[in-house]
Design a binder for this molecule. Structure first.
Ligand SMILES: [Fe+2]
Length: 570
């Protein structure tokens, strides 16, 4: 039985499962080359069907990550609120009404769209609540028979935070927190206050900057903006900081008095902004830890699954993993909305059809892959000189180039699902070189100096590097590097002595593990610096994308499967 799962607005994506096994999953942005692609994921669906070797008529069920009718109700409420309090709610209502008239009502047409494009089929179409899709995307592919499941994001239809308990093939909803109380929207509002673009990935920047600041405004945030009161809820006070108003720099007087005017785009970033970021980050972390404590009390579970955009906050995750009573954690690599495509498919398979669970997501490599022949054809067409080399020679040679200071575009196997490059489409470099962060951020990736870079390390070496047991194949936690190890790998240690590692397993990504092994043999350091293979666009998908990036960015070589392309030769 084939089930297709769909995410159809921001970060749209498709996934396909066969008899409960994930076969393929991919974000539409990787094909359209538009970051966070919003709109029906035609090409992602096409890839999933092709990869499975089927057509739409073979698909029995389609899971969709959103129930559009709940939002209709919400927009009516927003319109009512606008009438009552025009100044405060106008922006919110405008947005709500626009959304309903365009994209959300359009969701009712998705079954028709599918058949129009991919042919007649009598699949059953299931609209699934957004947060339950998130919860399914975490729990049903986790290694746990039972777990507490916490999902948090900007918002679903009207829920922003969902507490569930998963047992076997069922998820039970325990509690929900609704708009306007949203951790995601709080963080987006702060992103805006500091003059970055919210909802477009700039939220990462706030977390990056936070490491440089002091939480000087923490008390203010916790008393006036993001509060908790012992009932297991939190409140986000949109009268003080509403991301809809923030968009237009119309920040309420109260917060301007406390934090100064919001930074406008292009204005200088100062220590003051680092301090705001640091304060907001700490407020988020402490609120999150409070909620995690509550769900632990409610469920008594030892295992915690998390999903939703907030679950990408790797600094928060680090504290949750090490400071709360839960013993084991699972966050899959597409914890944001793209992963709801996987979640919707599994929600149908397990929750609706009642099938037993028989799948664990051990890696992120669910996208397109390309053969050596395909890579060579692309290189020949681009007129690039290259050598084809077997791994026994290629990997030591590439490791030596890295140790000598080269930045390599590493293209290997099937592309990652989710926003992190995990050794399938990665830039790799030497973590021992302090200047590598500057080289990568400034010269290669053309982005801000403060963006952190992370290591991919052989999972066997976690004790040596961190001094504690730590497994994280999906790079979603930040933790402290052992004191005596920090100076060995300055390019991947943040200013506060932490790092966000990917632990690489020899079984799930043997070729990447072997490359790191060659580097370890040369240098004694069991890791590489790893950052996503892209320059100001989505992560590269095809050999053609990799070659185009090679043409416009300054790095030394690409490894396209077994084909080595040197800048010096071209
Ligand atoms: Fe979401």
């Amino acid at each position: 039985m084939y089930i297709l799962g769909l995410t159809t607005l921001g970060d749209s994506a498709a996934a396909i499962i066969k008899d409960g096994q994930l076969i393929a999953a991919v974000e539409e942005e990787r094909f359209s080359r538009k970051k966070h692609h919003s709109g029906f994921p035609y090409r992602a669906i096409e890839f999933c069907l092709d990869f499975a070797g089927i057509t739409l008529k073979d698909v029995e069920h389609v899971g969709h990550y959103w129930k559009p009718w709940i939002l209709r109700h919400k927009a009516m409420q927003a319109a009512k609120a606008a009438l009552m309090s025009p100044a405060m709610f106008k922006a919110r209502a405008d947005r709500g009404v626009a959304q309903v008239s365009d994209s959300y009502l359009g969701m009712f047409k998705h079954p028709k769209r599918l058949r129009e494009r991919f042919g007649a089929s009598d699949f059953k179409f299931h609209y699934i609540e957004h947060h339950q899709s998130h919860a399914a995307s975490a729990f049903f592919v986790s290694p746990f028979d039972s777990a507490a499941v916490l999902t948090w994001d900007g918002t679903g239809e009207d829920t922003t935070t969902l507490f569930c308990q998963g047992k076997g093939n069922k998820l039970e909803v325990l509690k929900r927190i609704k708009l306007p109380h949203s951790l995601g929207q709080f963080y987006s509002a702060v992103t805006n206050y500091i003059g970055f673009d919210m909802f477009s990935g700039d939220e990462w920047k706030v977390m990056g900057l936070a490491a440089y600041g002091e939480p000087k405004y923490y008390d203010y945030f916790r008393e006036k903006v993001l509060t908790t009161n012992g009932t297991g809820n939190f409140k986000f006070n949109i009268r003080v900081l509403d991301h809809h108003l923030a968009k237009h720099y119309q920040f309420p007087e109260a917060i301007v008095k406390e934090l100064g005017p919001g930074r406008k785009k292009g204005e200088e970033l100062t220590e003051h902004h680092w301090n705001i970021a640091s304060s907001a980050q700490k407020a988020l972390e402490d609120t999150a830890i409070y909620l995690v404590g509550k769900i632990h009390e409610m469920t008594g579970e030892e295992n915690l699954c998390m999903a939703g955009g907030v679950a990408f906050n790797s600094v928060m995750n680090g504290r949750i993993f090490h400071e709360t009573p839960f013993k084991r954690f699972f966050v899959q690599p597409a914890a944001g909305d793209a992963g709801c495509s996987v979640g919707s498919a599994y929600y149908v398979w397990n929750q609706i059809l009642g099938k037993p669970r028989d799948f664990e997501m051990e890696h992120a490599y669910w996208g397109p892959g390309f053969s050596n022949e395909q890579c060579r054809a692309a290189l020949t067409e681009a007129g690039l000189k290259f050598e084809t080399i077997v791994d026994e020679e290629l990997l030591p040679r590439v490791a030596k180039m890295i140790a000598d200071g080269a930045v390599i575009g590493w293209f290997n196997g099937r592309m990652e699902l989710g926003p992190r490059a995990l050794g399938a489409r990665s830039f790799v470099a030497d973590p021992r070189r302090a200047d590598m962060r500057e080289v990568l951020n400034h010269k290669v990736k053309l982005r801000e100096w403060f963006r952190p870079l992370a290591p991919s390390m052989q999972e066997e070496h976690h004790q040596e590097v961190f001094g504690v047991e730590h497994y994280d194949p999906f790079m979603i936690t930040v933790l402290a590097v052992a004191d005596d190890y920090r100076e060995k790998i300055p390019a991947v240690v943040h200013v506060d002595g932490t790092a966000r590692p990917q632990t690489v397993n020899a079984k799930t990504n043997p070729r990447y593990w072997n490359l790191i092994e060659e580097f370890r043999k040369l240098t004694g350091v069991p890791m590489l610096l790893n950052t996503s293979f892209n320059v100001q666009e989505p992560i590269v998908c095809t050999p053609q994308d990799a070659i185009a990036t090679f043409g416009k960015a300054n790095f030394d070589a690409i490894v396209l499967e077994n084909n080595l392309v040197l800048r010096a030769d071209n």
